[in-house]
Design a protein around this ligand. Structure first.
Ligand code: FAD
Length: 618
């Protein structure tokens, strides 16, 4: 609707974080641009959860809001075959479809274009609807409400009503954002500094993407009971508490009103004070999302340490919008009711840039596949967080804004941020999305990892040589020859501790090929230090977590076997009397296409799955 808003971050200028960082890495590995753009616009990088195991490591960047949008616009303008047209879509053009009628399937209408507010009709073979918080959007600040999808931007009308006429079910959700303040009015001397990582990482696997030489710090402060009292004094004018907002809000990104109500006994809540960019004093108050009246927002903020004289640039607000329960979609994100029509992002009941970005990418890929007469591209739950997210949405639906967590992924040790390229770049390359350069890097990494693992497994060192390393690091000594790979299994030992053996002239070292550890296997990697570092990281994780990884792989294979058992989408569940009543109803609504999907529908129990298994094997 406004070309100036391309790449606009509606809420905080940050990408990634727990589980979301993994998604950005996956988008990058497939050949999408979220990682590259975030790297180019980062003002701070932190790897969250570094004290935990590698499955939990989650990259996060604080971004320059203006530069993020600018980089996106540039990237899109430089992409061949991407065209722009500023306008509002007011209606989808559909035609009755003849496909399927002959095969006995139900015939659905097909989307053939869109009509715009300026009166144009744009014909097409597929549409991806990514309307975010805009459809019938209503913004609330205290007891004032106004139409709009985001501060300063108009709402969009007409499409929901048309989709409902076509048989879709729609609902209302809400989300909110905190006030932005003038950084010059903050007393940073009383805040806790949160600098970026001393050796900052980045999202993109591409070597051309590099973190900035300097970073900006974020800061931490806390609310207190006086702040909470002032906030409570505004509840009678709060749209959340006087019934003005009907939509369901994000449980995991609650407003400050919600926090002080839900956690009544807590006398403080953490607030992150985050810069919005290199060139601006505007500052984002993360953790203080609110739709209370402005006067209450200012009064409460000024009681927070460091904010005694704070000046607000823009007040916090809430927005309510239409969404469509995502159980109305196929795994390709194409709707079940209108052929060629895809939904992606907040319209599917999700919240968050990363959740929206990966759906946009998948819907885009699948619109392309559809037009080309190719099979849909679907990622499994054992292949990507993106696969988990889409499968959750399609098979379980969501009653509140859905965001990703590591706990949603049952195979999270396999779905790490560090191996996203090994998991997904070959798929992206096959689709024509990841380029050859990316693919070659992944092939080199895989080859070097194989070579290095073989070397480590086939090379032993004497107990004396090994103990020189083991003892100072406080790990049990050995009394016989030991393989280098077995030394690497120990948490106290890293690859760099073992490199010394590559140059050893110890006559007891049993494998004459050992010097090659530093030469042959590592030779190529010296050319590309990033790839070398990433390969060594894979080797170490593979060694230290090998047992757990193997167990997870076996469990994933069992799930894949269930996924391979196809169910007729028109199966008459009502006739399967051995199923529980709830399972019959749910299966009838969700119409899973595999036994795996059926098993994840809430209300379908393991005994219902056994019934289906017996039925299918007949
Ligand atoms: C106030 C607010 C607070 C938020 N807080 C958080 C948060 O704390 N944490 C978090 O992770 N996420 C938050 N989000 C959510 C995050 O911004 C969204 O999840 C994400 O941006 C959704 O991406 P999207 O692509 O689906 O839609 P959006 O980013 O909303 O983009 C939708 C686009 O579609 C365009 N559009 C809509 N209708 C039409 C039409 N009819 N014709 C043409 N164009 C149209 C709009 O102009 C807009 O450019 C917040 C969003 C808002 C608005």
């Amino acid at each position: 609707m406004n070309m100036g808003a391309i790449g606009q971050m509606s809420c905080n200028p940050a990408m990634g974080g727990i589980a979301k960082g993994q998604i950005v890495r996956e988008i990058d590995a497939l050949g999408g641009y979220s990682g590259v753009v975030s790297d180019r616009s980062m003002i701070q990088f932190r790897m969250l959860n570094r004290s935990k195991g590698p499955a939990m490591w989650s990259p996060r960047t604080q971004n320059d809001r203006a530069r993020f949008a600018e980089e996106w616009r540039l990237t899109l303008e430089r992409t061949p075959n991407v065209h722009f047209w500023q306008d509002s879509v007011v209606e989808l053009v559909t035609e009755s479809s003849s496909s399927g009628a002959s095969s006995g399937e139900t015939a659905h209408p097909r989307v053939v274009g869109v009509r715009t507010a300026l009166g144009s009709t744009i014909r097409c073979r597929s549409v991806v609807l990514t309307s975010g918080t805009f459809m019938n959007g209503v913004m609330h600040i205290g007891d004032r409400k106004m139409g709009g999808g985001r501060a300063g931007e108009k709402a969009s009308h007409g499409i929901t009503e048309q989709l409902v006429r076509l048989g879709f079910e729609s609902g209302r959700m809400k989300t909110g954002t905190p006030p932005r303040v003038d950084g010059r009015s903050i007393d940073y001397s009383v805040l806790e500094e949160q600098p970026g990582d001393s050796a900052p990482g980045k999202f993109s696997f591409l070597p051309s993407s590099v973190p900035p030489a300097t970073q900006l710090s974020c800061w931490i402060t806390y609310t207190n009971t006086a702040v909470h009292d002032v906030l409570r004094s505004g509840f009678d004018r709060s749209p959340m508490y006087n019934g003005a907002i009907a939509g369901t809000g994000p449980r995991y990104c609650p407003s400050i009103e919600d926090k002080i109500t839900r956690f009544e006994d807590r006398d403080h809540h953490q607030i992150f004070v985050e810069p919005e960019g290199w060139q601006t004093v505007e500052t984002y108050i993360n953790g203080f999302s609110t739709s209370l009246p402005e006067d209450v927002q200012v009064k409460a903020l000024r009681l927070i340490p460091g904010f005694g004289d704070v000046r607000i640039f823009r007040p916090g607000y809430a927005v309510e919008y239409d969404y469509f329960p995502p159980t109305q979609l196929k795994h390709s994100l194409e709707t079940k009711l209108v052929d060629g029509l895809f939904f992606a992002g907040q319209i599917n009941g999700t919240t968050g840039y990363e959740e929206a970005a990966c759906q946009g990418l998948m819907a885009g890929i699948n619109a392309h596949q559809l037009i080309g007469g190719k099979e849909p591209f679907v990622l499994g739950r054992d292949e990507a967080y993106i696969g988990v997210l889409i499968d959750d949405l399609i098979t379980k639906g969501t009653e509140e804004p859905y965001r990703m967590f590591t706990s949603r992924a049952e195979f999270r040790l396999m779905l790490r941020q560090d191996n996203a390229d090994l998991r997904l770049t070959p798929k992206g390359f096959q689709l024509g999305l990841a380029d050859e350069h990316r693919m070659r890097r992944v092939e080199s990494k895989r080859r070097w990892l194989g070579d290095l693992t073989t070397h480590m497994r086939s090379t032993s060192v004497s107990s004396e040589a090994a103990n020189e390393i083991l003892v100072p690091r406080g790990t049990t000594a050995v009394n016989q020859k030991v393989r280098l790979y077995d030394l690497l299994l120990r948490p106290q030992i890293s690859f760099s501790d073992l490199v010394v053996f590559a140059h050893s002239d110890d006559p007891d070292i049993s494998n004459p090929a050992l010097p090659q550890l530093g030469n042959h296997a590592m030779h190529g990697m010296n050319v590309d230090p990033l790839l070398r570092q990433e390969t060594i990281e894979q080797l170490e994780i593979g060694a230290k977590y090998g047992g757990y990884l193997e167990k997870e792989r076996e469990a994933a294979e069992r799930v894949v076997r269930l996924e391979n058992l196809l169910i007729d989408p028109d199966l008459e569940y009502r006739k399967l009397g051995a199923l529980s009543m709830e399972a019959r109803q749910k299966l009838d609504v969700f119409r899973p296409t595999t036994l795996g999907q059926a098993s994840r529908i809430s209300g379908v129990s393991p005994s219902d799955i056994s019934v289906l298994l017996v039925y299918l094997s007949r």
